[in-house]
Design a protein around this ligand. Structure first.
Ligand code: ZN
Length: 184
């Protein structure tokens, strides 16, 4: 677990070449260096109030990501989950259906984009205890996971939008969400 001794890690922003690399598999999930990286990612995620983070975002090109859904302005009914680290995740299968919704990224500050993602995905991964798990994720959590998985493949959400018209500033996004909340 993260502790007072765990440091918050610096976030790499788009333009940094590390975000464009294909991340390397982690050979030993139980290694102390990996466990420390997990703790650092969780602490950084909490500090930034994010819902997901991948190791390349802190300059470590390794196949590790953490998801931590919690309710937010756009997704008031999002599940509140303990941070879940996934080591060497593989998307085994996915729904046919995709849905477009808004995403942001710690590495792309100030911009939001409408991104199509599968509704549901089945993911095989190694948990923080070194055990292989297979889990089906749906909805918002599936979206977070696909976003973070992209970071392991050297992609950011800007590569996934269908049109530059689907990109807006954070300030305009907040206006849009407030309007939407008033209408619903
Ligand atoms: Zn991101």
């Amino acid at each position: 677990m993260s502790s007072i001794f765990t440091k918050t890690l610096d976030i790499c922003q788009v333009g940094n070449p590390v975000l464009r690399l294909t991340a390397e598999p982690i050979a030993d999930p139980q290694a102390e260096v990996v466990q420390k990286l997990i703790a650092g990612l969780i602490k950084t995620l909490k500090q930034s109030n994010g819902v997901g983070i991948a190791a390349p975002q802190v300059g470590r090109s390794q196949r590790l990501l953490v998801i931590a859904s919690h309710p937010n302005a756009r997704y008031p009914h999002a599940p509140n989950m303990e941070p879940l680290p996934l080591i060497n995740p593989v998307i085994r299968s996915h729904s046919e259906n995709t849905e477009k919704d808004w995403e942001g990224c710690l590495s792309v500050p100030g911009i939001r984009g409408l991104v199509p993602r599968y509704d549901s995905i089945e993911v095989e991964y190694c948990d923080r205890h070194g055990k292989t798990q297979t889990t089906t994720f749906t909805g918002f959590v599936a979206r977070i996971l696909q976003h973070e998985y992209d970071h392991l493949e050297g992609k950011v959400f800007l590569d996934r939008v269908e049109s530059s018209l689907d990109l807006i500033s954070e300030a305009e996004y907040l206006k849009l969400i407030q309007q939407g909340n008033k209408l619903s």
